[in-house]
Design a protein around this ligand. Structure first.
Ligand code: HEM
Length: 135
């Protein structure tokens, strides 16, 4: 009986997510206003590992993220970082650049683009104009 192939399988497994996140963090490291949000900007090794394992798990791979970190609760985990529309857009631009470099199949790319756009907006926790923030 054929089993449904996950996105994780289609893109080639963990190596794809490692390469994607490596590219992504090269972009983050070259973007001072974005890098400033990271708790340890001088060493992104652990951040890299967490994002790699999370994405691999989300797209159907092994559940190592959950084993190491527990339930994702991503919005809560991002609460300490002031993420406004500018930070969201910087984050997304580096992720899209990394996806351009790896060039996954078109249907997978569409799924990634849709997911990252909505997830990055969900992580936004600041209004653009501080004076008008809801609180
Ligand atoms: C598509 C949306 C996003 C996803 C899927 C995502 C995913 C993650 C994951 C899995 C972690 C590690 C959580 C943990 O286990 O502690 C993390 C950490 C972090 N994220 Fe995001 N994130 C997203 C958007 C953003 C955005 C828009 C920003 C800022 C502009 C951001 C900034 C950070 C920072 C500063 C950390 C802490 C780094 C660290 O793990 O040491 N994230 N993110």
């Amino acid at each position: 009986m054929a089993e449904a192939r996950t996105v994780y399988d289609v893109v080639g497994g963990m190596a794809f997510f490692e390469a994607l996140v490596d590219r992504f963090y090269e972009g983050v490291a070259s973007d001072p206003p974005l890098l400033a949000l990271y708790p340890t900007p001088e060493d992104l090794t652990d951040a890299r590992r967490r994002l790699t394992l999370f994405l691999a798990q989300y797209w159907g791979g092994p559940t190592r993220y959950e084993q190491e970190r527990g339930h994702p609760r991503l919005r809560l985990r991002h609460a300490p970082f002031p993420i406004d529309a500018d930070a969201r857009d910087r984050w997304l631009r580096h992720m899209r650049d990394a996806l351009d470099a790896l060039d996954p199949p078109a249907d997978v790319r569409r799924a990634f683009d849709a997911y990252f756009a909505q997830a990055a907006e969900a992580m936004r926790n600041r209004e653009d104009r501080p004076g008008l923030a809801a609180g």
